[in-house]
Design a protein around this ligand. Structure first.
Ligand code: 5GP
Ligand code: ZN
Length: 119
């Protein structure tokens, strides 16, 4: 579950498994969700293998901050309409009861005209 060797999103960030890339820098990677729940639906991840938000400590504060600051820029670039009439949803599922299926920290960014499949 927390093994980076067998982690799907580590492999996607490394390019070992193909994805539709949205963004990449030294620390972060973003790619379209394979089962989009909204017209725009991508995942924003740290390249470092952090299993979930439950494992993020003070040393990850800068990284998490950069993820949050990047989300609105990428949302607009991917076609979300501007705030306040448009906007987007950011969602981080943590653990089984939090609905987390892939155990590499990721923020969902969803947007576009309603209705959406979920929510
Ligand atoms: P979670 O439920 O862990 O918050 O979300 C995992 C997300 O990863 C799901 O929305 C699912 O559709 C997406 N996903 C799972 N496997 C793949 C894959 O191989 N490629 C891509 N692009 N997305 C995936
Ligand atoms: Zn990983």
């Amino acid at each position: 579950m927390s093994d980076s060797e067998n982690c799907l999103f580590c492999k996607i960030a490394a390019g070992a498994i193909p994805s539709r890339k949205v963004y990449e820098d030294d620390e972060l990677f973003a790619f379209h969700d394979i089962h989009p729940a909204a017209p725009v639906h991508f995942l924003l991840i740290p390249k470092a293998h952090i299993p979930s938000l439950a494992q993020a400590g003070p040393e990850q504060a800068g990284l998490l901050g950069r993820m949050m600051v990047l989300a609105p820029r990428l949302a607009i670039e991917q076609g979300c309409n501007p705030y306040p009439e448009g906007g987007f949803r950011t969602l981080i599922n943590t653990g089984a009861e939090g609905g987390q299926e892939v155990h590499h920290l990721h923020a969902h960014v969803m947007g576009g005209p309603r209705p959406w499949l979920k929510g």
